[in-house]
Each structure stands twice: as structure tokens, then as C-alpha cells.
Design a protein around this ligand. Sequence first.
Ligand code: ZN
Length: 62
Amino acid sequence: MQTAHLSEEIIEQFAMGKLQEPELAPAEEHLLVCQRCRDEVELIVLIVAGLRDEVVRHGPLV
Ligand SMILES: [Zn+2]
């Protein structure tokens, strides 16, 4: 079994809670053992949270 790192796309979707099976299970398993990919996920979560704060501050773009 290869333990390749998660792709940027997988990490992005996981961070946004959009990742679905069959990718979800192996991604979660990899994140359990891989600090590097956890850091990547955390970074994107922060970015996404930051963008949300921005929307909250300025109101929805209508
Ligand atoms: Zn990894």
C-alpha cells in the first residue's frame, strides 16, 4: 500500500466538509497518520473561515 499524500483537491474538499465516499474514508485515515496533510487541511479551514468572516463583516453580496 502506498502512503501518498492527499492531493490539493482532496484536502480542499475535506477542509470544506465536501469530501464524500469513496475518497472520504482513506483521506481520514491518511490524516490520522500524517501531520503534514493535517496542517494543510487546517490552513484551508482557516482561509475558508477567514472568507466567511469577511462576508459577515460586509454583508452578503447581493
Ligand atoms: Zn500526507
